[in-house]
Design a protein around this ligand. Structure first.
Ligand code: DX5
Ligand code: ZN
Length: 220
């Protein structure tokens, strides 16, 4: 079984000490950087944009997993590739031509991710799953860190795992929102491969130890 991955979400970092927090992730047991881009339209919040992402990727030494919570993401695919994104995830709900968007992301040399809001059914990915490198299941409503985990996520992870297996796809399953040391193991047991954790890591007293503990629990 391949190793389960931990992706701390920079949204919960101290923006006044961004380089310090990035260096912390670099030397931690974390696997990826998870970066949330919000436009204030698709979600009711604005996070940060290109200049800040550029400053971040100057220091990152691990894969950069960019989660776009924006409308019409096709406009910026090349820009995010140029800024150093390794994985680019768009929202199913924001893409009327999802198949085309996935191909455009891959054409720029990135892994293509598709995210589903809590209300969006797994079945809607039946015809695209073999083209998708990663499905990000939102386990909170997107827009803010620090929200409570939605329990129905376990059912969705199991359904998605079944779909991936039945189609012979190699898609990774990522979970985003409310991930803690309490639910991480059950998520992995349901089929999750990548666990995003924002507040639980950055609001903890010793983030390095917290990441190490999450990594152990996810792989136990
Ligand atoms: C929410 C973002 C998440 C967020 C997770 O819209 O997509 O990545 O940073 O934060 P926590 O782990 O605090 O729920
Ligand atoms: Zn996210």
């Amino acid at each position: 079984m391949s190793s389960k991955l931990i992706a701390p979400s920079i949204l919960a970092a101290d923006f006044g000490n961004l380089q310090r927090d990035i260096e912390m992730i670099n030397k931690s047991d974390a696997d990826w950087f998870h970066i949330d881009i919000m436009d204030g339209v698709f979600v009711p919040n604005i996070s940060f944009g290109m200049p800040v992402l550029k400053a971040i990727t100057k220091h990152t030494k691990k894969p950069v997993d960019v989660h776009l919570m924006i409308i019409d993401p096709d406009r910026y695919i090349k820009t995010f590739a140029d800024l150093g994104s390794d994985i680019l995830t768009v929202h199913y709900e924001a893409c009327p031509h999802l198949h085309r968007t996935i191909q455009a992301i891959k054409a720029e040399g990135m892994k293509a991710g598709v995210s589903l809001n809590p209300h969006t059914s797994i079945n809607l990915l039946e015809d695209t799953i073999n083209d998708i490198d990663l499905v990000l299941i939102m386990s909170v409503n997107p827009g803010f860190g620090g929200q409570n985990f939605i329990e129905n996520t376990y059912n969705k992870v199991k359904q998605l795992k079944e779909l991936i297996t039945s189609k012979g796809a190699s898609t990774l399953i990522e979970i985003d929102g409310g991930v803690t040391n309490k639910n991480i193991k059950a998520l992995v047991d349901s089929g999750a491969d990548v666990l995003v954790a924002g507040s639980f890591v950055f609001k903890s007293v010793k983030p390095l130890d917290t990441i190490k503990d999450l990594k152990i629990r996810a792989n136990s």
